[in-house]
Design a binder for this molecule. Sequence first.
Ligand code: P53
Length: 490
Amino acid sequence: MSHFPNGFLWGGATAANQYEGGWNEGGRGPSLSDVTTGGSVNSPRMITWIDKYGSPHASPSHGFILPEGASYAVLEDYYYPNHKATDFYHHWKEDIALFAEMGFKVFRMSISWSRLYPTGMEDEPNQEGVEFYRQVFQELKAHGIEPLVTIWHFDTPLYLEEQKNGWNNRELVDLYVKFAKTCFEEYKGLVKYWLTFNEINNTVMFLDMFGNVANDEAFQRAYLQLHHQFLASAKAVKLAHEIDPEYKLGCMICGIAFYPATNDPNDILLNRNLWEKNIFYCSDVQCKGEYPRFAKRLWKEHDVDLAISEEDRKILKEGTVDFYTFSYYMSNSITTHQAEDKAGGNGVEGVKNPYLKYSDWGWAFDPVGLRYFLKVIDDRYHKPIMIVENGLGAYDKVEEDGSIHDPFRIEYYRKHIQEMDKAIEEGVDLIGYTTWGCIDLVSAGTGEMRKRYGFIYVDMDDEGNGSMARSKKDSFYWYKKVIASNGEDL
Ligand code: P53
């Protein structure tokens, strides 16, 4: 007997910048991903720009800061996979029908900020953009699928990045709230679940990963950007509850389970400190409405000064979220010792864990780590939890007859769902599960198409060739069965 409660929210997850496409259609303005090229597991994605003399440049996207007088630019010699992505913009009806066929109860998507506010500065939203999402939500509703909407999924309008210095600037707080207010007012009655910021903790967590050594200045910037995002999130939560008391707002954390690689007490302590910095720092503010005590240690470590006012504290206190959501792909083993066998791939660096297998992109396959993460979060926050991303980025092969056999993907999900079941049995209040990239989309980390997550295959490659035709992988039929049996038939 499985332990999933009645009404458990099974579904899938996507994000506008990686799925929607139509980057210059319907009055949409550009965002950072539109000037970001494709990359691979070994070569970073590049941001393209022109300097003040008009010369073109491409620089690795991680940690990139636009030089004085320069501007972002789409350059002719490069391919930008997010422009078309996998074209939800023109395939939404067909795709939603496929999600409904799998029996989805919930569908996670995001609203592109620059589709509603092309530069972020307009007083009124772009009506064509507003109507695009309205018809999508109506279609979901017609199929009995609850939308779960991320307001910000890495896609600040490019104008704000370039002219306003992005989230370093406090002005972004109210520009975001204006955008969020439009969403809450326009889609009242169509949407119930909202997430304010996707993987809000990445800003600080990834600063000193990727083999990067970040300096104090970078930490000051990252913590300040986060402070602005916390304020924006809290203001949006308060406003949402005023607009519709039925609205449920969630935080969204990149959930990596950190483990000490040895039982050296120094490793145990480092591990604890990493949980604080990478996971608890953000969700404490968003769930408890105040900075945790250990924040002082983190700020002191890098000489960070946030000048938090009494008014800021009040805003944070009044905008705590209703539920906790996180993505989960892997665990990461860390040590104070010299690492002999490094684990890596895009995003995460640590020591190879001899008890785990790794994906082709270097991500640890660790279903038990998901249960561990759920237990930690349940214990700390006592809020309903949704896992809003989980999945395996892998190569898929289309057979002669058009079928796609992905037993490795089924196995990945089966093992993770079994651990979710056990967590629920142990008392964790898990209310939903949306697998990442339920339909193939552009990888955030590498910009690749070949790193596929979907139950639904999309005919599109890394160079932009393909018909965008949709087809069902074996995992499509498997997940359908899982949902129909409420997690019983794995
Ligand atoms: P991709 C790194 C580590 C964990 C989660 O990632 C991450 C990243 C960023 O690459 O991001 C989330 O596409 C993110 C999604 C992203 C997904 O994980 O690199 O919320 O936008 O696509 C998977 O394989």
